[in-house]
Design a protein around this ligand. Structure first.
Ligand code: T46
Length: 143
């Protein structure tokens, strides 16, 4: 699956920790947008969509949550809860987030400005487009 767990170098000193995010270094793209998710209500699922082109790096700056990730061929789950670790989500990954701790703050760095047209919010449509992309990548069809 086209995701990556990126360990961030912990800087800082005896006074406390510090992590620096630098575009095209530990953030593998040019950052055009930063947003953060917080105050997620108990029992809620967020995400439930994929992006056609967007690349994002997600960092749990506080607390934790579970990610369910699906590329149309396999589905994996992971818990993100270390502010020293980022989750790189490439395009065409269906994501769902749940089990948010009450204090969870997810910071997200994105390579594009917000564009609702880039979202796929229907799972069947995601599967259809993912299948086409996989076929094009493997040379099965021209797309
Ligand atoms: C992802 C996870 C981790 C904006 O107006 N601007 C923005 O930059 C964003 C991200 C959202 N919005 C609006 C669109 C919706 O009306 O805020 C509302 C909630 O957005 P969304 O449904 O995208 O939020 P989540 O929490 O389901 O998912 C977000 C990201 O969209 C998604 O790509 O990976 O956080």
């Amino acid at each position: 699956m086209n995701i990556e767990i990126i360990p961030m170098q912990r800087l800082g000193d005896e006074r406390g920790a510090l992590i620096a995010l630098e575009e095209n270094k530990n953030v593998p793209f040019t950052v055009r947008r930063v947003y953060y998710l917080f105050d997620t209500q108990e029992g809620v699922r967020r995400g439930l969509h994929a992006h056609k082109q967007l690349r994002q790096l997600v960092i749990p700056v506080r607390g934790s949550c579970r990610f369910i990730l699906d590329d149309g061929r396999e589905r994996i789950e992971l818990v993100l809860g270390d502010p020293g670790t980022g989750l790189l989500l490439e395009s065409m990954i269906w994501r769902e987030m749940c089990d948010f701790s009450h204090d969870c703050v997810l910071m997200v760095l994105a390579d594009q400005l917000y564009d609702e047209q880039d979202y796929i919010r229907d799972y069947d449509e995601f599967l259809r487009q993912a299948k086409l992309r996989h076929a094009a990548a493997s040379g099965t069809i021209n797309a």
